[in-house]
Design a protein around this ligand. Structure first.
Ligand code: GTP
Ligand code: MG
Length: 247
């Protein structure tokens, strides 16, 4: 049993090469696999990954761009039935999530049912080269989700995480629908409902150097709207909420 790292990509042909190079250094001392979740990127991200011929990297090719949440759910459905992995890591392709922060996150994920969150907004955590406006958006997003959902964590929208396979196997992943950032919020909420041990590890988040952001106004609106609905549902029908997310 070893970890598997899922990396969603859409038009990340330059950044993914850099990231896999850094991961190959870590691979010399730790065993893990990587699965790239590519939505038919027109810049041939998937083909470029294949040409690198790392034996521990594979590509799950999807037909069209359908959002981060859908890509991750397809990734979970792909790796969990293999029963080969102890932990599933989620990580951006654009270099914002540093490979050097990963060992501490994996080592903190010790309980059978556990989630480790790479957290920017806690002592020891930081962001590099992010404009004040993005910092404000990220901090207020987490603050709002904390308030609406009552989850006492410091970075609910961040995407650098480690889930134990046992936790993911307890969740009704196929019933989840969130697309953008709110996929991360929904997964944190479902993990809490499943009784997961939740550990935050400080990370340094670095603004991407290559490629372009897929962040959009629609993604922010979806997160606000969904979080409000989930918050109301939690207050009005707490047990129904748990039944929806946990098997
Ligand atoms: N497969 C797939 N990957 C996606 C999709 N949207 C975003 N991604 C990937 O998800 C990761 C995060 O997306 P980014 O565009 O970096 O968004 P972000 O990190 O939230 O925002 P920035 O800070 O602006 O970079 C990157 O690896 C993207 O390539 C999508 O629709 N499909
Ligand atoms: Mg990014």
């Amino acid at each position: 049993m070893k970890p598997v790292i899922l990396i969603p990509t859409y038009k990340e042909s330059i950044a993914i090469v850099e990231l896999l190079k850094s991961l190959s250094d870590l691979h010399k001392t730790r065993d893990f696999d990587v699965v790239i979740l590519d939505d038919n990127s027109p810049d041939k991200t998937a083909d470029i990954v294949d040409t690198l011929q790392y034996s521990w990297v594979s590509v799950l090719r999807r037909s069209h761009k359908s959002g981060l949440g859908a890509a991750y759910r397809a990734g979970f459905a792909h790796v969990l039935p293999m029963q080969r992995y102890s932990q599933v890591v989620t990580m951006d392709a654009d270099g914002s999530h540093r490979v050097q922060d990963l060992p501490a996150m994996l080592d903190a994920n010790i309980a059978p049912i556990a989630i480790t969150l790479g957290t920017r907004w806690m002592p020891g955590g930081s962001v590099v080269n992010w404009p004040k406006s993005r910092q404000l958006l990220s901090k207020s997003g987490t603050r709002y989700a904390r308030f609406a959902l009552g989850i006492p964590l410091n970075d609910l929208t961040g995407g650098f995480r480690v889930y134990s396979a046992e936790l993911l196997n307890k969740l009704n992943l196929a019933d989840m629908t969130a697309t953008g950032y709110c996929f991360q919020i929904e997964m944190a909420m479902a993990s809490e409902l499943a009784g997961a041990m939740m550990v935050e590890v400080p990370i340094t988040f670095v603004e991407r150097i290559n490629g372009v952001s897929k962040m959009s106004r629609a993604i922010v609106i979806e997160a606000l709207w969904q979080t409000t609905l989930w918050g109301l549902a939690r207050r009005l029908r707490p047990n129904a909420d748990k039944l929806h997310y946990v098997k």
